[in-house]
Design a protein around this ligand. Structure first.
Ligand code: WTA
Length: 633
């Protein structure tokens, strides 16, 4: 008998062996016993990484919201499902029970239906972290519409690109949002974006900041009156296991973002099972993940994973620094949070503020701490362990990706411990491997290489929306028959994995993946810019920061004001998260004879490690390297 909860090292070992020796039997058992299905599957797994084709639980029928909500109504309808903590601590928090959630999701689903949304239609959601965000996600899933949440920090251009890429018919937004002391005028960003989007028929607008905003007649509708008149009963649409559940965009090495497509049954089974075990969730726990639902962490571990387990999940609207740097700790005290999941960049920023803002709070409710999004440095790990967990809470350093849907490598409390900077061992069912430069699999321990996964897992993305070829090229072409993660990793003498960072052109800044190409494209749009190259360099708080080398059409124009303008171009095209910390104007960029920019050299200059630049004599223009080094920032 396979148990849903891993209880100790032995049960992890046994489940791991079962899941890799007999994956179909293993996952069938997890799926059968712990979810409600309208119809069982005909086949557990069908896969071929060369195409690539991956399908789990084919033939099964279900609705994920029935698993997230309806099935909990009888046993725990009055339990809090979503605990909303507003930006302003003076505003009361809101406890949405499973019964309330059921009604609110149903009413929202009926509004979607009344506006002509049907199964398979794409709905873009561009909302701040307010309950309507989680509810609209679930309302889409209720009727089989495919949600595409765009992080509300993205610019109008980034939003319109994403809306158009997946032909969204509807956009759900708000009049604005609160972020610390600031208000964000989301609706005007939306109005600008929609000038470029012909496909959007309806815009639903939630009220949050009660600002006076223009509404386009026939297109824009206030959400609340529609909800007020909608029925709160809506039968869940029966979905096939492999029907798309959502699209979520992630940066890539080329200009356009990749719309990763996740499907229904496999995603459900894997996010639920990982949530339960990585966080060892028990029924009275209060779980809090500080991510935004605009990212995969919020999808899988604020909304789906917790609700599938009938958990109480905290949703926080604000920022860690408002009204002061004790806010996270005050929320933990207020709601007696038991599991707390955040990003290393937040930990570093908060550690910098000293213990004066930590010590006043009672953090004794905490049982487990988690991190995600980027490698955690040893200092931050110890600070988290000593001062937040008081050395009593296991830390789960969870490695995974938008593409993987769920946690892939992580300590499992009660089974084995974490170790600073190590994500440790693969989760049940995950078969990682390291590849060397020559494309050979690296056997044994104490090796470092490129991290790949050998065997499918239920929540892996199935394709890139509208571009299966790109999916194949990005993830399945580097090595035969392997999923390539884009990350480097080392495996220590005990077989534990440590993620060393991206090996492609993605840079992780404050936990956000940023492709260098889209940023360079944005800079190059400036009429004075000839070309540019972006590299990352270590930053105390952000993990990595961006360093831009920019060549102007006319060198005489270089000045500080132009640097600010370049950052404005980036903000407009992508969003403020992609702004450069350093900009160096150069007379040229080092290039190979075939004209490719040698980022390797620029990376070394950015980190001031120029003792060994390798052979630069083969460059097309070796002379620029000297000048760039001399003027480096
Ligand atoms: C990085 C976030 C080290 C990694 C869930 C990965 C990490 C990328 C960790 C995916 C970790 C995520 N340790 N690096 N614990 N978690 N990463 O798609 O480079 O936003 O490929 O998904 O973040 O970022 P994404």
């Amino acid at each position: 008998m396979i148990s849903y909860q891993l209880k100790n090292r032995e049960s992890y070992n046994q489940n791991y062996i079962n899941s890799t020796e007999n994956p179909e039997v293993f996952w069938a058992e997890i799926a059968k016993d712990n979810f409600v299905w309208k119809r069982p599957w005909d086949r557990v797994l069908d896969w071929d990484f060369s195409k690539p084709k991956i399908s789990w639980f084919e033939g099964a029928k279900l609705n994920i919201t029935e698993n997230c909500i309806d099935r909990h109504l009888k046993t725990q309808g009055d339990k809090t499902a979503i605990l909303f903590e507003p930006n302003d601590p003076k505003e009361p928090s809101e406890a949405i029970t499973y019964k309330d959630l059921h009604k609110r999701v149903n009413a929202f689903a009926n509004v979607l239906l009344s506006k002509g949304i049907q199964k398979g239609d794409r709905v873009c959601i561009y909302l701040p972290m307010i309950p309507e965000l989680a509810i609209s996600v679930l309302a889409c899933a209720r009727i089989g519409a495919i949600h595409s949440v765009v992080f509300a920090g993205f610019s109008a251009t980034a939003l319109s690109t994403r809306i158009n890429d997946s032909d969204c018919k509807m956009l759900i937004t708000s009049d604005g949002g609160y972020r610390g002391a600031k208000t964000i005028d989301l609706k005007s960003i939306v109005d600008t974006a929609l000038l470029e989007c012909d496909g959007i028929e309806t815009v639903l607008v939630a009220k949050r900041i009660h600002s006076d905003i223009p509404m386009v007649s026939g297109r824009d509708f206030w959400l609340q009156p529609l909800l007020d008149t909608a029925s709160d009963q809506c039968e869940p649409t029966v979905m096939d296991a492999e029907d798309p559940l959502f699209i979520l965009y992630t940066s890539g090495s080329t200009g356009t973002p990749k719309g990763m497509v996740h499907t229904t049954a496999g995603y459900m089974v894997y996010t639920a099972y990982t949530f339960k075990n990585v966080f060892q969730y028990e029924s009275d726990d209060v779980y809090w993940c500080t991510a935004d639902i605009g990212w995969i962490t919020g999808h899988s571990y604020i909304v789906y994973g917790p609700l599938l387990n009938g958990a109480t999940t905290v949703m926080f609207e604000g920022v860690p620094s408002y009204p002061d740097y004790g806010r996270f700790w005050s929320i933990i005290e207020k709601h007696k949070v038991t599991q707390f999941y955040t990003a290393p960049t937040a930990i570093r920023a908060l550690a910098k503020e000293g213990l004066g803002v930590v010590d006043p709070y009672d953090l004794s409710s905490l049982k487990i701490l988690g991190t995600v999004g980027e490698p955690i440095n040893e200092e931050a790990w110890h600070w988290y362990n000593d001062h937040i967990g008081k050395r009593k809470c296991p830390i789960v350093d969870t490695w995974w990706q938008t593409e993987t849907g769920g946690i892939m490598i992580s300590p499992i409390p009660n089974s084995f411990e974490g170790k600073p900077t190590f994500a440790t061992l693969p989760f049940v069912g995950i078969q990682p491997t390291l590849m060397d430069e020559k494309g050979e699999e690296m056997d044994g321990n104490s090796v470092e290489g490129r991290l790949c996964i050998k065997f499918p897992w239920p929540s892996m993305a199935r394709t890139i929306w509208g571009n299966h070829q790109r999916y194949k090229e990005t993830y399945f072409s580097a090595y035969d028959n392997l999923y390539f993660t884009g990350d480097g990793a080392l495996r220590d003498e005990n077989g534990h994995y440590r993620i060393t960072g991206r090996v492609d052109d993605v840079i992780i800044v404050s936990g956000h993946n940023l492709g260098t190409a889209p940023i360079e494209d944005a800079i190059n749009e400036h009429p004075m810019v000839a070309e540019s190259a972006i590299v990352g360099y270590p930053h105390d708080i952000k993990g990595s920061a961006l360093y831009g080398f920019v060549t102007l059409k006319n060198e005489a124009n270089s000045n500080e004001a132009l640097k600010a303008e370049i950052n404005q171009y980036i903000s407009k095209q992508i969003g403020p998260i992609a702004k450069l910390d350093k900009i160096q104007f150069t007379s040229g960029l080092p290039k190979t004879r075939s004209g490719k920019i040698m980022r390797r050299i620029l990376r070394k200059i950015a980190i001031k490690d120029t003792s060994n630049l390798g052979d630069i004599s083969t460059l097309l223009n070796p002379e620029v390297v000297e000048t760039i080094m001399k003027n480096s920032l």
